[in-house]
Design a protein around this ligand. Structure first.
Ligand SMILES: [Zn+2]
Ligand SMILES: [Zn+2]
Length: 181
């Protein structure tokens, strides 16, 4: 009688210990999963309230964490940031190395544009010798070493000389013809 009673006590104690241990392990696992969800949500969500909601959902045993896994954002915030940086760098590369803005309409223009393609404002003068675009402050073309403006003056002088020379040539020719006849 006493032996069987002791046996019962030992049995029930072993059962209790096993049950308590199982409950303890389950509780640790439950809290561990909720903690993992909170940490994961903070990496993926910008909003404090959304992180709190995700953690609350994760506290529902078994179903909660599964629901979170189904609805969590596919990318972490760090992934999103690096992707945005990549896209920005790509856009910048597409726009060209020297990005500038038109002084009139503020639209993006390249460093080698002569005229704004949007509002047709003259941005640069082409070199009279090699037609490369010249910056307004440049005194000489850096591509062919032609002084800016000098060529135009020379051209003016040349044209003037030509204008003077043509009638003289005509006169000379007329004189020659007169002498010949
Ligand atoms: Zn413009
Ligand atoms: Zn030039």
């Amino acid at each position: 009688m006493t032996g069987s009673g002791l046996h019962d006590i030992i049995n029930s104690t072993a059962f209790d210990v096993a049950r308590n241990l199982t409950l303890f392990v389950l509780a640790v696992f439950w809290l561990g999963v909720a903690y993992w969800v909170r940490r994961d949500a903070r990496r993926r969500l910008d909003d404090t309230w959304l992180v709190a909601t995700a953690t609350a959902v994760a506290l529902i045993p078994i179903i909660g964490p599964l629901v979170y896994l189904l609805f969590r954002p596919p990318e972490t915030l760090a992934d999103v940031q690096s992707r945005e940086m990549e896209v920005r760098a790509l856009r910048k590369a597409l726009r060209g190395p020297a990005e500038a803005a038109c002084p009139v309409c503020r639209s993006g223009v390249h460093a080698d544009f002569l005229v704004c393609p949007v509002c047709t404002t003259q941005l640069r003068q082409p070199c009279t010798q090699c037609s490369k675009p010249l910056e307004p402050l440049w005194q000489a073309c850096p591509y062919c070493a032609t002084p800016v403006g000098a060529v135009v003056e020379d051209l003016d002088v040349a044209l003037t000389a030509e204008a003077i020379a043509v009638p003289q040539k005509k006169k000379r020719r007329a004189g020659a013809q007169a002498r010949a006849s």
